[in-house]
Design a binder for this molecule. Structure first.
Ligand SMILES: [Zn+2]
Ligand SMILES: [Zn+2]
Length: 202
């Protein structure tokens, strides 16, 4: 349901699916961080057509960039930011990358996730990982001088078997499937899809 102050009547002619603006009051709430959006802060509205009317659900523009960059990209593609002193799309994409890195730093490999952009490379074959593709995060031991550190690495699902054979990889074949299921935040069917793409391990 769209709260009253955020909704517009359905008589209004075609609302754009996305709207970016400086908040006109301090009354709206960010659907991402659940906090108040201060007056004049940039906010992204995502049009929602519900049984009680049509209106925008608002997010801080920066919160939207961190959690739902696809919507921000779509809004920029429609020039919803035109005429505003808004950050560039690449600045927002950089925020997203940073947020994704911070989120994954808190997780234990191995896990499967969808590549948030097409800028990551598979550490096993060196090729790019397509945006939206299932990528698997494993871990490698890397030495810096006489220090040895374990660092997460991204690989294609199809490259997992080869990477697990490599000497530096710290992930065991034993229990791999169970760990992947446990650590991945994806829906179970997506994890199944990843496991199918990974194939037999021995
Ligand atoms: Zn927010
Ligand atoms: Zn690969």
């Amino acid at each position: 349901m769209v709260p009253k102050e955020e909704s517009t009547t359905s008589e209004e002619p075609e609302l754009a699916p996305y709207k970016i603006e400086a908040a006109r009051s301090g009354r709206s709430k960010c659907r991402t961080c659940k906090r108040k959006i201060d007056k004049d802060k940039l906010r992204l509205g995502i049009l929602l057509e519900g049984p009680y009317g049509t209106g925008y659900l608002w997010h801080h523009l920066t919160c939207a960039a961190r959690r739902r960059i696809e919507d921000v990209e779509a809004a920029y593609a429609e020039n919803a930011h035109e005429g505003l002193q808004a950050p560039s799309l690449s600045e927002l994409q950089a925020l997203q990358e940073k947020a994704a890195k911070e989120r994954s730093a808190r997780k234990d490999p191995p896990y499967a996730e969808r590549a948030p952009s097409d800028r990551s490379k598979c550490k096993n074959c060196g090729e790019a990982i397509a945006k939206g593709a299932l990528r698997i995060v494993l871990a490698r031991e890397i030495s810096f001088g006489n220090q040895v550190r374990t660092t997460p690495i991204n690989v294609h699902a199809g490259c997992v078997a080869a990477e697990l054979q490599s000497e530096d990889c710290t992930i065991e074949v034993d229990g791999f499937e169970e760990s992947l299921r446990q650590n991945s935040e994806l829906e179970p069917p997506a994890v199944d899809e990843a496991l199918t793409a990974i194939g037999e391990l021995d």
